[in-house]
Design a protein around this ligand. Structure first.
Ligand code: ATP
Ligand code: RIB
Length: 303
């Protein structure tokens, strides 16, 4: 079985819970405040590790209290943090999250994540069968260098371009599996997509962003599940009917779970079903990284 190697962000999520979201310019009284380990890179690494993959995270933390807490948490989740370096030049990444009605708004302050460099991704060994995973909360040159090394080594690359920003074709060409939500797909495909659109609309948009015929695109659709385009054919994976309490990190859980399955050599259709179940467990719990399920929890729901 290959390893999962994630290059990505590590944040402390400062979560304000409220009865409803404030409108712009409005103040509402919150009900509580929580501090959860998060950041898309850390969330995906924790998901992969809990789901059974040997997992290495490449990232940066500030030399501050959040940084120490985040590192200790990652170690406790069996994530290899030997490539997470500490920098005195910036604070640890921090996300300010408002959560109401199981829906969130997020402002991310990258801090140390923004200093992740091409040198940081040059060290860890990558081998055939490994899965290299990244997202857009770290600088794009570091992701491109990481993916170029990964593909040269025969590893599979998974990009979760969130939060979406413009990226060049050279990076696009290095992606084997692209996992993104409908808003991100709409931005990339330069078309307007809505949650309630027909699956064919998502399939067409996914088709339009392919750069190679062997690239796979998977659109996560929240409570509707996910739609993947595999060898040009759409596959709809319906979500499990569950009561979501906090969807923060659901996409990250999906990506980390998918990476674990690909590293194990599981056929893609089965891997997507597994990721969909894992993410349905995640949304029923509070917080990002702490809400990732274990392998046994997912296995118990697989028929
Ligand atoms: P986030 O940015 O909050 O992490 P996202 O927009 O990247 O989320 P979503 O598409 O909302 O990701 O969700 C990812 C996956 O989580 C879905 O494809 C689905 O498998 C699962 N999921 C999300 N919401 C629900 C829900 N309400 N019920 C069941 N499964 C869900
Ligand atoms: O995807 C969820 C994550 O996005 C949160 O944990 C937060 O840190 C932001 O980066």
């Amino acid at each position: 079985m290959g390893r999962v190697v994630v290059a990505g962000s590590i944040n402390m999520d400062v979560v304000a819970l409220a009865e409803r979201h404030p409108r712009v310019g409005e103040t509402v009284a919150g009900t509580s405040i929580k501090y959860f380990p998060g950041g898309k890179g850390a969330n995906q690494a924790v998901a992969a590790a809990k789901l059974g993959a040997q997992t290495l995270l490449i990232g940066r933390l500030g030399s501050d209290a959040f940084g120490r807490e985040l590192r200790a948490f990652l170690v406790s989740q069996s994530v290899d943090v030997s490539s997470v370096t500490e920098t005195a030049d910036a604070h640890s990444g921090t996300a300010i999250i408002t959560l109401a009605d199981a829906d969130n708004t997020i402002v991310v302050i990258p801090g140390a994540n923004g200093l992740l460099s091409t040198d940081d991704v040059a060290g860890p060994a990558l081998s055939k069968g490994d899965v290299a995973v990244s997202q857009f909360e770290i600088p794009l040159p570091a992701i491109a260098a990481f993916f170029a090394r990964a593909r040269a080594a025969g590893a599979t690359t998974i990009l979760n371009p969130a939060p979406m920003r413009a990226f060049d074709l050279a990076l696009h060409d290095l992606i084997d599996i692209l996992v993104l939500n409908e808003t991100e797909l709409g931005l990339l495909a330069k078309t307007e997509l809505h949650e309630a659109d027909e699956p064919a609309r998502f399939a067409d948009a996914a088709q339009s962003v392919l750069r190679r015929s062997d690239q796979i695109v998977c659109v996560t659709l929240g409570k509707r599940g996910a739609l993947a385009l595999i060898d040009g054919a759409p596959l709809l994976v319906p979500a499990r009917a569950v009561k979501a309490v906090d969807t923060t990190g659901a996409g990250d859980c999906f990506v980390g779970a998918l990476a674990t399955q690909v590293a194990q050599g599981t056929p893609l259709r089965e891997a997507l079903g597994f990721a969909n179940i894992a993410a349905s467990i995640c949304v029923q719990r509070m917080g990002a990284a702490p809400s990732m399920p274990t392998r046994a929890e997912v296995a118990a729901l697989l028929c």
